[in-house]
Write a protein that binds this ligand. Structure first.
Ligand SMILES: [Zn+2]
Length: 416
């Protein structure tokens, strides 16, 4: 009896009777197999609604669930998997207290995988848990589905950011919605068009759409059109990090032109120096290393055009740092400077920014916080580049919800 209690603790199971624990040889590894059954009160329940049901048949017979290693040994729970007849759900596999419906692993094993997936690299999770990355993504999808059921993530939204994220090397897109006030990802779906975004507003409903005060987005016109139609009361703003990203892109174009010109005219040494300069130019000045500061100082002397482009990019950042009326004054100055910069990429950018001037003014006037939505945006972009990749957009969305939607489970046996 005492031994059974020790095993229940070690295996992290509740409402479970331990019948026997044995070591078993499987090829060249040893497995620990615990033969178990649910306690009487937990037997014969529907795996979808947990209601007590009449038995149907033995189902697939004995089944095994992978669980957390015991010490260094791979461990499994083994039990009958009978089927029951639920008044509402028909013939279903009976619920077991140690695993989610349809899972091949126990809930403690799945929660550990999900927690690790949210906190460390995919390769580490797979190696440590001895599972494939595909299994990890399937687990994350199931954990997120369970944890998001029963809570409406769209409640209480006032200020949101709408964004599009490329994945599959830029061939596919997700539309994502972030809550500016909590920084959380609240909604995501495959696609980037008016119909996709329309589904977000359908889910939000008229009453909650009317409660939105601010909506930020990038320059995508289709987002602006849908927002104007479905949340007419909200002030539309342009996300500062997108605007700064446009300036970085313009800076890259200037740098590329100068580099090509240097190579064309045979100044290869100068071209080579410039090639390694990108980070010095695009990083925020406060993050520069000593060597990068030196690179930048060199560019200021030898490449006036690139340095002018650099200053324009930094000045645009300063506009958003200033905010309010001061920000609007700086923006006017920036536009005048960019237009006569003799840098085609920045002349073009000035035109774009002029077109969106009202939306940028809204951003400056309402001082929409940018840091959190930018962090979420950056994180999502990192996710889409993860080495293992995601086989379906749903798996990618589940991972995004796990890490940025506040849906990560606590480690088994620890407080939430
Ligand atoms: Zn049921």
């Amino acid at each position: 009896m005492r031994t059974a209690r020790v095993w229940r603790r070690l295996l992290g199971v509740e409402h479970t009777v331990i019948e026997a624990v044995e070591l078993e040889d499987d090829d060249d590894e040893e497995l620990l197999v615990a033969r178990v059954r649910p306690t009487r009160s937990r037997r014969g329940r529907c795996s979808r609604c947990d209601r007590r049901c009449r038995g149907y048949d033995r189902g697939g017979g004995r089944r095994r669930w992978r669980t957390l290693d015991v010490g260094t040994v791979k461990a499994y729970l083994e039990a009958d998997a009978p089927r029951v007849v639920c008044g509402e759900h028909g013939v279903v596999v009976a619920a077991v207290p140690w695993a989610r419906p349809g899972a091949r692993c126990t809930a403690s094993f799945e929660d550990t995988c999900a927690w690790l997936a949210a906190h460390t690299a995919g390769s580490v999770v797979a190696e440590l848990q001895r599972v494939t990355w595909r299994t990890v993504t399937a687990i994350v999808t199931r954990v997120v589905a369970e944890r998001s059921a029963g809570c409406d993530r769209l409640d209480g939204l006032a200020r949101i950011g709408i964004d599009e994220i490329a994945h599959r090397k830029g061939h596919r897109y997700l539309t994502v919605v972030v809550d500016h006030d909590t920084g959380r990802l609240v909604w995501a779906a495959p696609g980037r068009d008016a119909a996709t975004l329309g589904r977000f507003f359908d889910a939000l409903g008229e009453r909650r759409s009317a409660a939105l005060t601010h909506v930020s987005a990038d320059g995508a016109e289709w987002i602006h059109t849908v927002v104007a139609d479905r949340a007419a009361g909200a002030v539309l703003c342009l996300d500062p990090f997108h605007v700064v990203a446009w300036a970085t892109k313009a800076l890259d174009a200037v740098r590329r032109d100068v580099w090509n010109e240097l190579r064309r005219t045979g100044r290869t040494a100068q071209a080579a120096t410039l090639k390694g300069s990108r980070w010095a130019l695009v990083k925020n000045p406060e993050d520069l290393t000593g060597a990068q500061r030196t690179t930048l100082a060199g560019i200021a002397v030898t490449n006036k055009a690139i340095y002018r482009a650099y200053l324009l990019k930094e000045q645009l950042r300063a506009v958003f740092a200033a905010k309010g009326k001061h920000g609007r004054v700086l923006l006017a100055g920036w536009l005048a400077w960019a237009k006569r910069s003799r840098l085609p990429a920045f002349v073009k950018l000035a035109k774009t920014i002029e077109r969106y001037r009202q939306l940028i003014w809204n951003t400056l006037t309402h001082e929409l916080s940018n840091a959190r939505s930018e962090a979420t945006n950056t994180h999502l972009r990192v996710l889409t580049r993860r080495a293992y990749g995601f086989h379906t957009p749903d798996a990618l969305i589940a991972m995004a919800m796990l890490t940025r939607g506040g849906l990560c489970p606590p480690l088994p046996g620890r407080a939430e």
